[in-house]
Design a protein around this ligand. Structure first.
Ligand SMILES: [Zn+2]
Length: 162
């Protein structure tokens, strides 16, 4: 069943594009390296110029070194010169739940904009679409780094660099 609520999604993604994106995320899931959790995840991102990049989760015996499928897909895209995205689809083997990105991945997604689409999917291809900003309310974003600092810090930075 498709959830059609629009939560500040980017407009204009055709059904066939969404389907292609979801299929890529499902295919990427087949490559998941998850001997510890046995929890396979795949992700596929669509760049604004129409390129696709995929990723799967890659676990490690030193468990904190594992990386999620979403971050693999995004890092592959960024490492090949893409930083603007239309959408990401995430796939797992959970039959009854739409797979949802972890907190770390939500922060990773919002680094590249708050208003692009995240397709949370089930293996049958059904999906729920949410905007990145809806998944991470009150986020700390790249814009926060640029904001005006408090007066004394500004004065200090003038002292240091002025
Ligand atoms: Zn994650």
């Amino acid at each position: 069943m498709e959830d059609t609520r629009n939560q500040n999604m980017q407009p204009g993604l055709e059904d066939r594009v969404v389907k292609a994106l979801i299929q890529r995320s499902q295919k990427a899931k087949d490559f998941a390296y998850c001997p510890y959790s046995k929890f396979r995840v795949g992700a596929a991102v669509l760049t604004v110029d129409g390129s696709f990049f995929t990723g799967c989760n890659v676990e490690n015996a030193a468990s904190n070194l594992g990386i999620c499928a979403e971050r693999v897909a995004l890092s592959k895209a960024v490492s090949e010169g893409h930083q603007r995205f239309k959408a990401i689809a995430i796939a797992s083997d959970l039959k009854d739940d739409f797979i949802s990105p972890c907190g770390g991945c939500r922060q990773f997604l919002i680094e590249f904009g708050s208003q692009w689409n995240v397709y949370l999917t089930k293996p049958d291809g059904s999906h729920r679409c949410m905007a990145v900003e809806a998944l991470l309310p009150a986020a700390f974003t790249p814009e926060d780094i640029q904001k005006e600092k408090k007066e004394e810090e500004k004065a200090q930075s003038v002292d240091n660099y002025g």
